[in-house]
Design a protein around this ligand. Sequence first.
Ligand code: X8Z
Ligand code: ZN
Length: 608
Amino acid sequence: MKKLLMGVAALALVSCSDVQTNTKASKTTEPTIVEAQAFVDAAEKKMSELGEYGAKIFWVNANFITEDTDWLATKVGAEYTKLGVDLANDAKRFNDLDLPPELARKMKFLKISLTLPAPSKVEGAAEELSEISTWLGSTYAKGQIEMGGVMVPRTDLEEMMGTVRDPEILQEMWTKWRKVSVPMAPKYSRLVEIGNEGATELGFSDLGELWLSGYDMPADEMAAEVDRLWGQVKPLYEQLHCYVRNGLNEQYGDDVQPTTWPIRADLLGNMWAQNWGDIYPLVAPKNSGEVGYDITELLKKQNYTAVKMAETGEDFFSSLGLAELPDTFWKRSLFTKPKDRDVVCHASAWNLDGQEDIRIKMCTKINASDFQTMHHELGHNYYQRAYKDQPVLFRSGAHDGFHEAIGDFISLSITPKYLADIGLITEDMIPNADADTGLLLNAALDKIAFLPFAYMMDNWRWQVFAGEITPEEYNQGWWDLRTKYQGIIPPGGERPADAFDPGAKYHIPGNTPYLRYFLSFVMQFQFHEAACKMSGWEGPLHRCSIYGSDIVGEKFQKMLEMGQSQPWPDALEAFTGTREMDGSAIISYFEPLISYLEEENKDSDCGW
Ligand code: X8Z
Ligand code: ZN
């Protein structure tokens, strides 16, 4: 079938007229598999060379934001976009060739490798796009606000959102942080415009379709998959929302948080209301056993440093049989926020050379949330190193949700028993089964509350990319979705006309797709369930730790080494035995909590 089409396509290359002359057609040589292979080999070489060069520039830029490093990042960013677009366009030449599977897969990745393509036909588009991207990223990274006459950087604000309980101060921090993103709106709309043109040139309807095309299935099927997963977990979120709203009402009273409305976004212990774990003390169950410890306090009491947190994470991976981190990881990573310069504080994990030069960059705080983030980032690094021997175009996660899920899967094993194993608590501090509700509620505040946030982030962008939300509607559209899915509203009533609240969340100015985190939060529970079963665990899932399990380690490593060389269901199957993403593992994990929440909410008017 494909072979037959080839001749037609070759003709189409030279003319679309009906009266096609044979002379022109015969001059066009049909591409061969050998040429396709040579093309892909050369593409991988170029991508790897420019990738390494670019990674070093981006690393320096993110660790030392100045006009000069912004300039360098802009320049190399444009070069990389142009290379990606050229390769994607050149790859079209082989569209009708019946390629062997590995080559076909590589060719596909060449066409979708860029998150933000620029149109090759528009002079200067790649440069403009890169300039906007750099500006947006650096503006976000340098953002700080004044509180009580002192300038406060975002990392400190983030911590304060989790600890301050005065609603006026919370509102002030929340509102002031959103001033940082006001100037971003026009730049963002221009970024969308150019990016969309780039995506259409590559054959996609818009950027949203391009982003959804990286999941080994058609974009519309993937979107339906995401809806299906959201449908599986939504009832649990609604129960959690109802319960937390009641707790906040008790804490703050009807004037601040009534029991019927959406929740005020600044009361949930997080700048973006994405993880609510920090308000656990406000909503802890009253009628059951207490967890009895707080990981933040334990870490501080035992004088944990950022490096010690990383070492603890490394020890977990080592316990599964994975090789230690290289010396260069310890020498080259950034673990704490430097005092004397601007850096991108949002945590990230890097592989600079596609081989062993793995590093993290994190303005670590000594608290429970960053203890988890540390494992999250290490997960990226272990994955990157595991697939280093794959060809360049396969050096990535089975899909982006896998990449985000690796470290989080590991931290699901940070159970009381594990904390005792590593000496953070003593054996007698391991709480009894009557504290399970508290343990599960604490976990749900982070893991379940996150799902509608992650879901709406890219819903907003898909609508923006499709032109369904126009630049004038950016903020209103954002809050419509925030309210619809998360059931939250901004403090202080209507937002100002010039507000651009999406820009106050890293991944919007950073142009990082967010669906990956939604998928990760579903899949990490699938990984956990399967791994616990493999390790022979028979108790409740939230008490299972796979720490020290060689059996799990071996299978885990196999999945990691595959990178994106096979369709993701193969990778999922290699580790879990199933080929589908599925929300039933997360539901099983929280099952005991569901009945508790339903009972607690039975007299409430849930919903918003
Ligand atoms: O951005 C991240 C990581 C880096 S990939 C720190 N995360 C999301 C966020 O912070 O919004 C981790 C989970 C969600
Ligand atoms: Zn991540």
